[in-house]
Design a protein around this ligand. Sequence first.
Ligand code: HDE
Length: 758
Amino acid sequence: MSEKKNPVSAAAEKIAGKVQDAVSTGNEIPGAPGPEPAQLDEPTKPRGPLPPKHDQRGPETVSPTGQPTGAGQDKVAQGGAYLTTAQGARLYDTDHSLKAGPRGPVLLQDHHLREKITHFDHERIPERVVHARGAAAHGVFRAYGAAAGITKAAFLAEGAETPVFVRFSTVLGSRGSADTVRDTRGFATKFYTDEGVFDLVGNNIPVFFIQDAIKFPDIIHAGKPHPDREIPQAQSAHDTFWDFVTLHTEATHHTLWNMSDRGIPRSYRMMEGFGVHTFRLVNAEGATTLVKFHWKPKLGVHSQVWEEAQITAGMDPDFHRRDLADAIEAGAFPQWELGVQTFPDTEDQMFEGIDLLDPTKIVPEELAPVRPIGLMTLNANPSNYFAETEQVAFHVGHLVPGIDVTNDALMQGRLFSYVDTQITRLGGPNFAQLPINRTHAPVNDMLRDGMHQTAVHRGVAPYRPNSLDGGCPFVAGADTGAYIEVPVEVPAARKVRDAAASFDDHFSQARLFWLSMTPTEREHITAAYTFELGKCWDQAVKERGLKVLANIDPQLCAHVAEGLGLPAPEATVPLASPEPSPALSQLGHTWPVDGRIVGIVTDGESGLDAVQEARGAVLDAGMVPLVIAPSGGKLGPDSDPVTVQRTFTTARSIEFDAIVVACAPAPAPDAYGARDAKTDDAATATGVDPRVLLLVTEAFRHGKAIGACGDGATVLEKAGLATDAPGVVAGGAASTVLDGITELLAGHRAWDRFTPAL
Ligand code: HDE
């Protein structure tokens, strides 16, 4: 339809097409539970399992030893039209136990009852000790070839396409915790390369709390709920976390990132990813380069605001999981560019005075630019959460020729931890044979037996040397694709429990991060520290927190101290004067708006033309329109109906990136306190439904774009919002309003609505 003023990516048209398709097939609300609409009465005619939903895919069907089976994905799913036992015997009843008469005791011989209940009793496995809460997707990685000169890894050669599976996660919470808590996010990618699996197990924050793996249990025990009451869940705002990070000051830099907007992402699709450690790449000639890996999201890096994140945790604890799945379902495939910062592999492993083996340090992009080396597109949702997202097992030691590790003591400990943890979590040493973990490269190992062995190995000599199996398997050499560790020199040294002196600087890069933030971002950081330390019970912990802040920045310290009602201490170290790194700020650019959610408010009667027009404009921009009305159903004429996707009762502002009010809805019949506590008498007296007023005031507080057409401006007026406030587009035709909204969404939020004091 109309010309776009903002940059909408080329993908948007494709997405718009897919969303339009969904709309025309009646699938207008994202998140359809089944591949086809259910019928009202219980079906009675036997038929085979339904096909998978269009957006879903399972792991590729390779054998436990990495060989293509040629079997379609349906061949590893349920088959046949009739219910069977696990052995395939058909059943005639699964609703009643076998009893001695209809009122008699249950018989021990009921094998179906016992199989069903026993299996159910064992359905759960231990959740991950960290990163328990996650969501994942399948995709493809296409290499640009830009890294071909520095690594021989075949999947990084120009044009190589590699299937991937990516799992995003929070760190601290249990498997059922909320998505939008303040935390670091995991960003783990499994590349199924022809040379074996490569796992890049990273985070959305480029530094870590600790410099040595031996401290990992300490930081995690401190961050997890208190061991006596097991509260709080998935939070860092509590005494043990702050007790530890204020005593163990090497955590200062990472903690500051957590307190920044990076700790509360808007979407997994809008996060950067970082390998954190320095890796060593080696090319075909044996030359080495040190690198840091970065994932750059095409949609930019965006966050919620804290109040929004908290409301979301209650209204939709699955917010990030749903967002990822809905976007992929709608065809808004998220994309990231993989990039590397490269450094000469010098003996001291330093770059511009920064210790490359210290994972609490970054190298600013202004000093070492990120060179893009490939593009990842996530294009399918998993077809079974447990089989794929829960059972996927990442490991920092899953490496391919051309990529090697460094002496980073944090990385070294991880090389031990990841296999070890899977043995408990996945019940034995054969977790690599689970379908999602199977490599796509042929496996010829000498590992045998163990719990849940699913390969059927042949031969009699799983040992070397042997002659009985003809000497097989043979070892490879560099020319036949062997993974050969780079023979780096290990300098003669004494055995010590110690770290390099350069690891003692805990504050200069935290200060670098603070100085690189815009005033708006600094306000958010200040509020986060004030909230988190304010939730601590122990006075000493709060005071110690302020001492740490004084070593980052006096202004930050003073504002947090004011909020806590405590005096601001002086710095105990000289404050560094680093050059700010603008690349660290999230704000100030424009990005594609693919898959953004726009809520369109109507009273269900007036302004339906505007609703239709607004919907069309949202779809044209590659975004998702959700119509919000007093009650569910269809609006308008039968020939061209509008489906209501949210009602005043079910809608809450956190779900929408922007809201367009197409008219001024009068209080609906259910707008009274006894029915819906979101209503109140004073708001009802304005003549506008109180839920709509709440919707726009919350959206306003959270910096969201708000549009009004027709008499929608009345809603803003009754809500006490200025129609000329930044980020508000009031008046004009719906399509014009939507042009304004789309432009605003390209910048994510109307931050200029609020004046920062910092
Ligand atoms: Fe992990 N980490 N980690 N970690 N980590 C695990 O492995 C560990 C660290 C990260 O979606 C565990 O399979 C140690 C840094 C992600 O399945 C466990 C240390 C970074 C995930 C483990 C670290 C990460 C994990 C738990 C200190 C960013 C989720 C379950 C040396 C670069 C992967 C599992 C998924 C998971 C150990 C530090 C990222 C226990 C000992 C630094 C994204 O093995």
